[in-house]
Design a protein. Structure first.
Ligand SMILES: Cc1cc2nc3c(=O)[nH]c(=O)nc-3n(C[C@H](O)[C@H](O)[C@H](O)COP(=O)(O)O)c2cc1C
Length: 186
């Protein structure tokens, strides 16, 4: 927590796509963060595929950076698409790298999860797989309220704006709850 008492959350998007709905959603969450909470973001694109041989030589710089940012954050916010009913490989890869000992940084960390997909289930299956990973890592994923945005192509404009008021209300509720979740677990 910052000296001013601001809750500092690190947002991580699970898509590398330039026009990604989930990257737009993370940007929107940053804009909509309630007072007393600030959301920064971390780009996972530079993280290479996990290789235990490389880890034995030390964490690559982007992984060091990610681990340091996770450790420094009061909480995390994952914003992810669903790939083949599960977590996109790039996001799982980043989590796998960051999770390796010593001092795996997810332990006891408050976590929020949101997602947008083009299908009708709004990333529910990816989100539940993400929760399962954090059982092993003891990441404390908030249970409700969930934000699962289906048919994102009908909700986001081409420049990434979200004009659907009901969805904006879900996002606002999630962010307020995440702030309370972080403070509760402090
Ligand atoms: C490899 C792959 C698998 C996908 N699997 C699913 C899926 O299981 N469920 C779903 O709703 N959409 C699926 N999609 C479509 C995504 O919802 C869509 O590409 C979405 O725009 C990805 O999020 P993004 O805009 O943040 O990149 C898949 C897309 C890709 C590339």
């Amino acid at each position: 927590m910052s000296d001013s008492g601001t809750v500092r959350v690190l947002g991580i998007a699970g898509s590398l796509r330039q026009g990604s709905f989930n990257r737009s959603l993370l940007r929107l969450a940053q804009e909509m963060a309630p007072s007393g909470m600030a959301i920064e973001s971390f780009a996972i694109a530079p993280i290479q595929p996990y290789n235990e041989d490389l880890r034995q030589q030390g964490f690559p710089k982007p992984v060091e950076d990610l681990r340091a940012r996770i450790k420094a954050a009061d909480g995390l916010l994952f914003v992810t698409p669903e790939y083949n009913y599960s977590i996109p490989g790039v996001l799982k890869n980043a989590i796998d790298w960051a999770s390796r000992p010593p001092e795996q940084p997810f332990d006891g960390k408050p976590i929020g999860v949101m997602g947008a997909s083009m299908g009708t289930h709004g990333t529910s299956r990816a989100q539940y797989h993400l929760r399962q990973c954090f059982i092993f890592l003891n990441g404390l994923v908030m249970t409700i309220p969930e934000v699962m945005i289906p048919q994102a192509q009908n909700k986001f404009t081409a420049d990434g704006a979200l004009n659907d008021q009901a969805t904006r209300d879900f996002i606002a509720a999630h962010l307020a709850a995440l702030k309370a979740w972080v403070l509760r677990l402090k």
